[in-house]
Structures are given as C-alpha cells and as structure tokens.
Design a protein around this ligand. Sequence first.
Ligand SMILES: NC(=O)c1ccc[n+]([C@@H]2O[C@H](COP(=O)([O-])OP(=O)(O)OC[C@H]3O[C@@H](n4cnc5c(N)ncnc54)[C@H](O)[C@@H]3O)[C@@H](O)[C@H]2O)c1
Length: 381
Amino acid sequence: MVGGGEGSFIGNVHRMAARLDGAYELVAGAFSRDHDNCLQTGTDLGLEASRCYPGWEAMLACESVMDDDIRAECIAIVAPNDVHYPVAKAAVAKGFHIISDKPATLDLAEARKLENIIQDSGVLYGLTHTYLGYPMVAEARHKVATGSLGTVRKVYVEYHQGWLATAQETLGNKQAEWRNDPARAGQGGAIGDIGTHAFTLAEWITGQHVNALCAELNTHVEGRQVDDDAAALLRFDGGASGVLVCSQVCAGEENALKIRVYGEMGGLEWQQMEPNNLLLRPADAPSRILRAGVNQSLCELARSRCRTPGGHPEGYLEAFANLYRDFATAIRSGEKGTATNVPGIDMGKRGMKFIQRMIESENSAYQWTNFEDGGKEGASA
Ligand SMILES: NC(=O)c1ccc[n+]([C@@H]2O[C@H](COP(=O)([O-])OP(=O)(O)OC[C@H]3O[C@@H](n4cnc5c(N)ncnc54)[C@H](O)[C@@H]3O)[C@@H](O)[C@H]2O)c1
C-alpha cells in the first residue's frame, strides 16, 4: 500500500475492503512520507518493521526482488492524486498489479501515458470508483442494457457534499489541504474529487459516452484555489442529454450522490445514501422499488454483489470490497489490462478528460466543448 498512514482517510477503507473476502493480505507499505508515521501504521497493522518502507521507491525495489511466495503482487495507491501516476508507472515496470484510487492521475497527459504503459504490459489496473461496486448500480446498468427503459434520453446526476462549505484547508484539515493545492490534487476541485464519480456513474449505468459538455465552475469559499461547486449540461453519444451537478459547499449535506435516468419507456433512480433501493418508473405501470438482497431476482452481477439477505444495508465498505474481490478474481484468472466489472484505465482517462473539458468549457465563457478533442463543439464540422 502507498498512502493510508495514521490520520488519513481512504487507506483504512481499502484495507477493510481488501480483507472482507480473505483474498488479500497486507504485506508491505509506504504509508506516509513521514517514516515514523509509516512505521507506526504498519506495525499497528501487524507488519514487520522491515516491510514498512521509508518511501514507495524503496518498497517497489525491495518487494520486486523478493521470493514469489512472500513478495507483494498488487499495489494499492491511496495517496493524494499527484502520487498516483509515478507510483503506477514504476509499479507496472516491475510487474505489480495496481489498484488505484481516483482520479487516475494528476492530469490528462499522465492518464494518456499510463494507458499506453498498461496496454503494453501484462498487469491489471483497477480504479476504485466505489459507487460502481454497489449491487443496485449493477442492476440499474442491467435494466438500461436490457432495454427496460427503451432508448435513454435524459440523465440527471448530482453529488452534493457540505464538508468544504467553510475554509477547512486553513483550519488544519489535512484532507482539505492537499485537495486545495493544484500541484497535489490537479486543476479540479469538486469536479475532480466528486464530479469524476458522478460522471463515471452516469456513463457506466447508461452505457453511453459523453461527447460534449457545457460547464460552469464556481469557487464560493474565499481564497480557495480550485472550484468547490460546478454544473454541466451533457450530450451523450447515444442521443441522451443530461445534467451533472457536483458541489462541496452544500452545507449540511453528507454524500448525496443521486442519479436519475429516463428512457422512452420509463425511468430509474438510485441514491447512494439509500443504496439498497432502485426505483423503477415504467411509463405504463405504477412505480416500484427493487431491493438489494441475496435472495432477490436481480441480474447476476447485482446478486454477486449482494452479501446479505434483504433488509441489511449493502454499504460503502461492501461496495469497495466488491471491486477488490472482482479484481482478485481477474488476477487469478490471468486477465490483463482491465479486470471484468472493475473500472480500468480507459475509464480513468475519461475521468481526467472530464476534468479538463469542464475547465476548458468554463474558461471559454461556458461554451459547448467537444469531449474527445476539446475545442468548441461543432467548430471542426
Ligand atoms: N473512492 C473514494 O470514494 C475516495 C474517497 C476519498 C478519497 N479518495 C482518493 O483517495 C486518495 C487519498 O485521499 P484521502 O482522503 O485518503 O487523503 P488523506 O490525506 O487522508 O491521506 C493521504 C495519505 O497518503 C500519504 N501520502 C502522501 N504522500 C505520500 C507519498 N509520497 N508516499 C506515501 N504516502 C503518501 C499521507 O501521509 C496520508 O497518509 C485521493 O486520491 C482521493 O481522491 C477516494
């Protein structure tokens, strides 16, 4: 593991998720740039001090030459965004599989390079867009793919948080500090931190790709260097239009991620704070709620991602663990590049493109912007 030292957030979530199915064992870590913190974190987790490394470079160098039965096989990258690409690049070169947190890299140029590197290697790369691991998200995707809604016409996706409604970055909040530093977080604020989740969820469920967007970015908190609030109109390649809203200054909100998709025959709705429910709205029948649970008549992927009988929440840790489990299955079965049902570098690159195009659109006085190549939509037609 790279990152995830004492006092950090997502590293421990990854460790819990990785343990849930017994498919992973934590064997080594460069948990922090502070070696005392790294040692403390690792030894508290039961690691030998010799495998709590002073830096990720030393960890990759030492682990790659160890005997096969003890060496690390897979590197989890859970440090701030600027660390993702250098670690991933070096890890691929040494033959490690990679599970990285999002966004994939610091910028689009790095994501392009990483995609090439992974394509030419024999390793697997997985990106923990957590929400894609929920069973009812799999069911939503299945409903769209099997035509329950007809052709998708309208997509609304929103992700609202309130924790950055005040200048937490000036008050000693470590998570807020690096997120407000473009050198460590990248150019995107809310659009990178949570907008990429919303964007990826919309593309995953609809099976359509965004091909143009028109964005507005705002920075509400004085002195902040990155956006903390944004919205965009979207056009999809399958003909749908959409709206994406992401904001970290909605005071009082927790993790209010919600998606609604409407086709010519009906709609569906999923909210991550009520993750067991998938609301279906057929045009010609009353609305109904499909529920998560191992005994329900859901699609195969959704059922495989339910861990408990109906009525018990299939939550955040379990969704994370589902991605970890599917990634382990892919390692065992010798898959290369992208693991089945786990977001890969292709989606990571699209997430980085999303951040860049949102900024380009804002900087061009809210013009419609081509998703693939940038520039004003239609200018090259
Ligand atoms: N998938 C999700 O839902 C989700 C949620 C939160 C964060 N994230 C992502 O996870 C990553 C970490 O976010 P966080 O909120 O846990 O940050 P954090 O600040 O809480 O933790 C970062 C950790 O990385 C360590 N670190 C920093 N530089 C390092 C280096 N060069 N080598 C080794 N360790 C280093 C820090 O010491 C710290 O322990 C980010 O990329 C973020 O976007 C994803």
